[in-house]
Design a protein around this ligand. Structure first.
Ligand SMILES: [Mn+2]
Length: 349
């Protein structure tokens, strides 16, 4: 039995996917990359594609702008697939093709961008197109895909149909989809997301094992950070806005890294009545990283864009050069404007 809803690749993706398959076919050395602070979708997509290409005899490496996130290291059967920061230039220069996953924005691939500029490049992403965009020879960009992992699934579907995949591919795509849909809770959880998950289970994924790997084990520092961060949770006096600020000092006290903050903003968003939740984090460089989450009525992508950031309507991010306190004040002000305009009664009402 096959899951036909999963295996029917949406028609509008086929031309782009076929162009990417042709580029992959022609290339011998391939480098995969993704956005800074890679998440489960970013690295799940990379690992799935890397394992599949390696099994087809390609020389393939993953070279990311920031270190590979440790919680997803279990997906990588061979650390030799990963290129260290210092070797990224050599890897990219020797590649006949670069594949960018889960972003189309030049600055989101950080220090990898100047290396890939002008090289043969394929791009698979499920974010809305950004300006400027990474120039690519073949693109599949589809915000209706629940995750970039869905596009990798389609690529393999188109390439090999019902054939078996190399070990680890299904697990990596599953990790991509589970994490980007918030375990099938967020609004990008489509019928097809579930259908693909069913097909991945049919291909051998153990959902309990996947859950245990992804969410079931937490380092103590993460719980310490959670406790300290929740103590700093604030609720606006007039508007349904909640936020958490995390100074560098607090991160250091807990021995925490950026990835230990993943999901923290969901605690703020989950508070009854909240329209917008924000997480402000002081970076090592003294700037501020902002995560914005909406419960649906406010477009946080529009707020993020005012500060040079972006993302999705319900989930966006900003990286500001300003110190924590100033950045918090500025972004909160813009958020208050957006939320207040939502609550304003009609002019003639
Ligand atoms: Mn994604």
């Amino acid at each position: 039995m096959t899951s036909s809803a999963a295996n029917h690749v949406p028609a509008h993706r086929i031309e782009g996917l076929e162009r990417i398959l042709a580029l992959l076919d022609a290339a011998r050395r391939i480098v995969l990359t993704t956005h800074v602070n890679a998440d489960g979708d970013a690295v799940g997509s990379e690992v799935a594609l890397a394992l599949w290409l390696a099994a087809r005899g390609k020389h393939v490496r993953i070279a990311n702008p920031t270190p590979f996130p440790e919680p997803f290291a279990y997906l990588v059967p061979d650390r030799a697939l990963l290129v260290d920061a210092g070797d990224a230039r050599d890897a990219v220069e020797q590649a006949d093709l670069v594949v960018v996953l889960d972003t189309g924005e030049p600055k989101r691939i950080g220090r990898i961008f100047p290396l890939v500029d002008g090289r043969p490049l394929a791009l698979l992403d499920h974010h809305p197109e950004s300006q400027p965009a990474i120039p690519a020879d073949a693109v599949v960009r589809d915000p209706t895909a629940c995750a970039t992992g869905e596009l990798i699934f389609d690529l393999l579907r188109l390439a090999v149909g019902d054939e078996a995949w190399p070990a680890g591919v299904a697990e990596a795509i599953y990790a991509a989809i589970v994490t980007d849909t918030g375990s099938f809770r967020f609004s990008n959880t489509t019928p097809r997301a579930h259908a693909i998950a069913a097909e991945l289970l049919r291909r051998g994924v153990d959902p309990e094992e996947a859950y245990r790997r992804i969410y079931g084990t937490v380092p103590l520092r993460r719980i310490r950070l959670l406790r300290a961060a929740l103590e700093r949770l604030e609720v606006d006096e007039r508007l349904p806005i909640t936020w958490i600020t995390v100074p560098r000092k607090l991160m250091e006290e807990c021995g925490a890294t950026g990835e230990d903050l993943d999901g923290l903003v969901e605690h703020a968003r989950s508070i009854e009545g909240t329209e917008v939740a924000l997480l402000f984090r002081e970076t090592v460089e003294g700037g501020t990283k902002v995560s914005l989450r909406s419960n649906g009525r406010v477009d946080v992508n529009a707020i993020a864009r005012q500060f040079g950031g972006g993302g999705h309507v319900k989930a966006s991010g900003i990286l500001l050069g300003a110190p924590l306190e100033e950045a918090t004040a500025r972004v909160l002000e813009a958020t208050r404007r957006a939320v207040a305009s939502l609550e304003a009664p009609p002019a003639n009402g």
